[in-house]
Design a protein. Structure first.
Length: 202
């Protein structure tokens, strides 16, 4: 049964930013032994052939491990969001791998390039990188399940946890109740005013 509580766009962006900070710290720690072994720097010949794949695998171990074991990274747990398969089943390693690669190619990568291009003033690169970012944002806002491209390609989606959903429902119920009481008081005041007006006319 499909969950009725999709994750809102702002919430998923906040969770992604939270996870990004954690991953940066992990990758920094993973870089230290490589730099030490390399005599103070990573050999240029190994930057793209070994070092970058090494960092990407570490990042995948972080995301994939959490996605396949409970569906919550540090950021998702903090923002009360869970990653599930399209049918609400747990996420498999295969889906996690597809989501990770697609996210880097169609979301995280372009987002990083976009930020860098804006910072250095490269309008052409900015325009190119903005396309997938814009597509993802439009999809997330238009899709009833709030999915981005990497969600659709991997057959996954983000949902609010039941605790968060229950909290939102309780807040909405309280607001509705308060509104009804306020409306009732206004109705009562209006009736009383009508009676008083009638007395004055008489």
């Amino acid at each position: 049964m499909s969950s009725p509580y999709p994750c809102r766009v702002l919430r998923r962006l906040c969770a992604a930013a939270y996870d990004g900070l954690v991953v940066i710290a992990i990758l920094f720690a993973a870089t230290v032994p490589v730099v030490l072994l390399g005599g103070g720097a990573v050999p240029e010949s190994l930057v793209f052939t070994a070092f970058m794949p090494y960092l990407l695998l570490i990042a995948f171990a972080f995301y994939g491990g959490f996605w396949t074991h409970g569906g919550q990274t540090v950021g998702l747990r903090a923002w009360r969001v869970r990653l599930v398969a399209a049918d609400d089943a747990p996420v498999s390693w295969a889906r996690a791998a597809i989501r990770y690669v697609a996210a880097i190619a169609l979301w995280s990568g372009p987002l990083f390039v976009l930020a860098a291009a804006i910072a250095v003033g490269k309008p052409i690169h900015t325009a190119i990188a903005a396309v997938p970012v814009a597509i993802n944002m439009v999809l997330a806002l238009a899709d009833p399940r709030r999915r981005m491209l990497h969600d659709i390609l991997s057959g996954t989606r983000l949902v609010r946890t039941m605790q968060e959903a229950d909290s939102d429902d309780a807040t909405e119920t309280e607001r509705t109740h308060d509104g009804e009481q306020h409306g009732g008081r206004q109705g009562g005041d209006g009736s009383g005013q009508s009676i008083n007006d009638t007395d004055v006319r008489e």
